[in-house]
Design a protein around this ligand. Structure first.
Ligand code: FE
Length: 231
């Protein structure tokens, strides 16, 4: 069995949100699929440990925001690597509340939909929720971010899940500090001096050593000191 086969399955990048009374939460999800067209049903797979899971079970509704390619890594990191149990992910971001009370993230979203849970299936670590679409809206035109784009272009990559064609990248000479990549111990984001971190104010061509100490991981917000050399 070759697990690399799984890297060839296509996915998108979404924020799935729900609420428990006035409490709001959302998370990045790549598994959002339309299942049927009449009626329109949507399936999402959510980890049982996530706060969003608890909220969906409570509200029996969820929203899906479809992210644009322009969405910054730090924005994705906020919804993908932080827990709503330790911070309010909706603080200082644009969102709306639908009539049902379900929140929808509209920052960096091209469009959204809301669904009412009609069934759910236990799937080991996750629950597969089936929702009937009850609302939807286009917010702007643009290109929806795919999971592949997130990894390949936004560089929100994790080495152990990177598709095999990344392995063809040039070998870094250990002595050449200006080209040494560094990896975040928290989220596995790889800083590549060649591309820098323009969203974070770091120009392409900046060696890791020359990045100011105030810089943080664009994905998870970890300090520069949490980075180690990427071998
Ligand atoms: Fe990180």
């Amino acid at each position: 069995m070759d697990l690399n086969v799984l890297h060839n399955i296509g996915y998108g990048m979404y924020i799935v949100s729900s609420n428990k009374g006035n409490l709001l939460n959302g998370q990045i999800a790549n598994t959002v699929f339309q299942i049927t067209s009449e009626p329109v049903t949507i399936a999402i797979s959510i980890n049982k440990k996530n706060l969003t899971h608890e909220y969906i079970e409570s509200a029996r509704k969820f929203s899906v925001s479809i992210l644009e390619e322009e969405a910054a890594l730090s924005f994705i990191g906020r919804f993908g690597f932080k827990s709503g149990r330790s911070e309010d992910k909706f603080k200082d971001i644009k969102y709306i509340k639908l009539g049902s009370g379900c929140p929808v993230v509209i920052d960096n979203a091209l469009c959204y939909l809301e669904a009412e849970v009609v069934d759910q299936f236990d799937c080991f670590t996750h629950t597969l929720f089936i929702g009937r679409m009850i609302d939807s809206k286009i917010l702007k035109t643009g290109r929806p971010m795919t999971y592949e784009y997130y990894h390949q272009v936004k560089r929100g990559t994790t080495p152990d899940t990177a598709p095999t064609f990344i392995k063809g990248e040039g070998v870094i000479k250990k002595a050449d500090k200006s080209k040494q990549k560094y990896v975040c111990k928290v989220c596995n984001y790889v800083y590549d001096p060649e591309t820098g971190d323009p969203d974070g104010g770091i120009q392409p061509g900046t060696a890791f050593e020359d990045i100011p100490d105030s810089w943080v991981c664009p994905v998870c917000g970890a300090k520069k000191s949490e980075f180690v050399k990427y071998e």
